[in-house]
Design a protein around this ligand. Structure first.
Ligand code: SAM
Length: 244
């Protein structure tokens, strides 16, 4: 049973990794992608905007609700706590697949940088954003964040250590570097179309709301240590958004 749980966790991890790579290509709008932020089922602009907003809301509700401690407390009576994170990844994969499949492009360009150097800088920032995001998962605890550590400890018959607050590297400059990376990746594009803008605005709004809930949980888990951290370190941009 424990080995099967480990196998399930590994499967979820790799499925999520593949979905994450698709997300990078989807945001990047690369031609070889079957669908992307500017490629999908054609609809009238107003209908497309409504569908796209509903898809972002679906992602936001799933991602935020399932990450809350109050939800986890009830959910882990149904699903083993060992697999809670893996099932969370599976649900995220499902809503992202729906988004990738039904996202409808909206014609029109907000900006298009023609200068070659400008384009290169923006593409560089796009990749830098994803790199910051990916590195941040390792700075926190990559294997715990993606459910492998929980299944591995269970397989070895060991108890997980209590959660520990971490502030290495990027976390010394901002409280949410993973989201900083996400913002950079969504906004840094040489060709900002209406669909891309809608995705960037939608995910930015969702993350800003999500941070408030995440910090409520962090304050409850880490108490004064996190409260002090909030006073000293900016939220998304260094020096900006200190609280308290
Ligand atoms: C998807 S990660 C995002 C982390 C952070 N918001 C960021 O943008 O880098 C969410 C998980 O990280 C945990 N987390 C966030 N900040 C943390 C910190 N400083 N130390 C330990 N865990 C943290 C949260 O409790 C949550 O389980």
């Amino acid at each position: 049973m424990r080995a099967l749980m480990m196998l399930f966790a590994v499967g979820c991890y790799f499925a999520f990794f593949a979905t994450f790579l698709y997300l990078v290509g989807w945001v990047g709008g690369f031609d070889f992608m079957p669908t992307h932020v500017d490629k999908g089922p054609a609809m009238a602009p107003a209908t497309a905007a409504l569908v796209d907003i509903a898809l972002i809301a679906l992602f936001g509700i799933q991602h935020s609700a399932m990450a809350r401690q109050s939800f986890k407390d009830g959910w882990t009576k149904v699903v083993s706590p060992v697999l809670e994170r893996s099932v969370y990844l599976l649900a995220t994969i499902a809503v992202l697949f729906i988004l990738f499949r039904f996202w409808s492009p909206i014609e029109g360009t907000v900006w298009s940088v023609q200068n070659e150097t400008g384009r290169m800088i923006l593409w560089g920032m796009f990749w830098l954003g994803w790199a910051i995001l990916f590195i941040s998962t390792w700075l926190l605890n990559h294997f715990e964040l993606f459910g492998l550590q929980q299944a591995w400890l269970h397989l070895r018959g060991k108890e997980a250590a209590p959660p520990r607050m971490r502030t290495p590297l990027f976390y010394k400059s901002v409280r949410h570097p993973l989201y900083t990376g996400f913002f950079i990746a969504f906004w840094a594009t040489p060709d900002m179309t209406y669909s891309h803008l809608l995705a960037a605005v939608g995910f930015t709004a969702y993350i800003l709301v999500g941070i408030a809930y995440e910090e409520k949980d962090l304050l409850r888990v880490f108490g004064n240590e996190y409260a002090e951290y909030r006073k000293q370190v900016g939220k998304i941009i260094p020096g900006i958004g200190k609280q308290g």
